[in-house]
Design a protein around this ligand. Structure first.
Ligand code: AMP
Length: 462
């Protein structure tokens, strides 16, 4: 498939795609669109950045265009569930952009904002509703919405919804939709719980999969700077001044850390904003708008807040703190070098973070070129940062009630421990076995569990 015309989409949709300057479908689109047009259920292994939103939005819009009916009050024809407010907003924007020549009613139901406007927007029924699970259930419980008219149900970033403790909400939501529906599920990974959910929700699903990281990572100029922990702030300002930065995304491990780094940058005369789960919806939107239109060129973010940010033209990704989950490194640096561009990824590695670097290099099978600015040249700690699960951990996998502290303590952040998930789901899951990681490299195994990040839960939205 080389053009969108070959899918046989409605003219109003292909016109919008031309206006969006989409010429060639991405691999996930090539695989998914014909299957969804045929009406089948889909399980898609794909991440943000692969074009998966259009992969489901285009054939859904095509269906709506082919069968325009008057929607009943307080119902929706298409329901898209997504884990975060940002992602939900972006999905809705995509539906609106590709469907701009169709007369469709769309709405967003996300937490963190008053419910009144959402209740009103659902009053006359909508064609497409994009929602976070918690708020959606609240609306259903308040009789603002019925789900008996859902023709297509999409679960986007299912593994992340699982991580954030939404699985029970999702089960409740699915139970309220008609059995005669088309269901599309997308997930970056396929842990056991997601495979079970898929088996329960989907009918004879076709599987589609893309593995974007291998391609992306090759285009990124990666560097490591070994430095003293206390020097990070100064080195960051120095880099942002010295390099030609179009947009820089700086990653910290904690929300508190993100605020601190942004404050230090502003103090040194570099305009920067922080984005993370503690920010209000208005603050996030304001910050993202400033980053998108170039008023602020440096955004400091935590992993979870950044994953939903859809901004092209990020020239630099800077790991102020090394991620303690190697896969997060790949996600982080994948934020640059999007849409065929090249990007630079610079990681600050203090002495205590050296084990994390080793894990990352083992995962990506590259020794990242490094420079050394340490004054403290003692050898890094020897203990491995990854541990194979212990029997107690294996138990906790079954009960879902694990202990805290499965992962190594994060250096320099002893006082800023991440919040626990809102509920107990998935808490304390053991980390992956290093051998497993080494063998999979970039090829994401559909059955491998992604390590739980407590930070995910703290950004949960209702
Ligand atoms: P997604 O994976 O859905 O978050 O999409 C990633 C980015 O790729 C978004 O900015 C989309 O607007 C863009 N995009 C999606 N499909 C195409 C395409 N076929 N051609 C060009 N850009 C695309």
């Amino acid at each position: 498939m080389t053009t969108f015309a070959e899918f046989g989409l409605a003219e109003a949709i292909t016109r919008a795609l031309t206006e969006e300057k989409y010429v060639t479908p991405t691999p996930i689109q090539t695989q998914t669109i014909p299957l969804v047009i045929n009406g089948g259920d889909i399980i898609g292994i794909a991440q943000t950045g692969t074009g998966k939103t259009a992969a489901f939005a285009l054939p859904i819009l095509n269906r709506l265009a082919a069968n325009p009916i008057r929607v009943e009050r307080k119902t929706c024809r298409v329901l898209v569930l997504s884990p975060t407010r940002e992602l939900s907003g972006q999905i809705l924007d995509s539906f609106r952009a590709y469907g701009r020549h169709l007369r469709l009613q769309t709405a967003l139901a996300i937490g963190g904002v008053p419910m009144g406007r959402q209740v009103r927007s659902l009053m006359n029924g909508v064609d497409v509703l994009v929602a976070t699970p918690g708020r959606l259930l609240d609306l259903v419980q308040q009789n603002a919405l019925r789900l008996n008219g859902v023709e297509v149900l999409v679960l986007d970033e299912a593994d992340r919804m699982l991580d954030m403790g939404f699985i029970h909400d999702i089960r409740k939501i699915v139970a309220k939709t008609p059995a005669q529906r088309q269901t599309l599920m997308f997930s970056a990974t396929m842990p056991k719980e997601i495979a079970e959910l898929a088996a329960h929700m989907l009918k004879n699903p076709q599987k589609v999969a893309v593995t974007p990281e291998a391609i992306t990572v090759e285009r990124i100029d990666q560097r490591v700077i070994h430095l003293d922990y206390g020097a990070k702030s100064d080195v960051l300002s120095e880099i942002l001044r010295a390099e030609t930065v179009n947009r820089a995304l700086v990653f910290t491990r904690t929300k508190h850390g993100a605020d601190k780094v942004a404050r230090a940058l502003n103090k040194s005369g570099i305009a920067a904003e922080a984005i993370h789960g503690n920010k209000s919806q208005n603050q996030r939107e304001r910050v993202l708008a400033a980053f998108r239109d170039g008023r602020v060129r440096t955004l400091v973010a935590t992993d979870i807040a950044a994953r939903g940010i859809d901004v092209d033209g990020i020239s630099h990704v800077i790991n102020y703190d090394m991620p303690n989950i190697p896969e997060s490194y790949v996600h982080r640096i994948g934020r640059t070098a999007r849409a065929g561009a090249e990007g630079i990824a610079i990681s600050f590695c203090s002495r205590d973070e050296a084990p994390f670097l080793r894990d990352i290099e083992r995962l990506i099978r590259i020794t990242i070129p490094s420079s050394d600015r340490r004054t403290d040249r003692r050898p890094p700690p020897l203990q491995p940062s990854r541990q194979t699960p212990r029997p107690a951990d294996a138990n906790s996998r079954r009960t879902g009630k694990g202990r805290r502290g499965q992962r190594p303590p994060y250096p320099g952040h002893g006082q800023n421990r991440q919040q626990q998930p809102r509920n107990g789901h998935g808490k304390g899951r053991p980390r992956s076995n290093p051998d497993q990681i080494a063998s999979v490299a970039f090829m994401r195994s559909p059955t491998r569990e992604r390590p739980k990040s407590p930070a995910d839960a703290s950004d949960a939205t209702r």
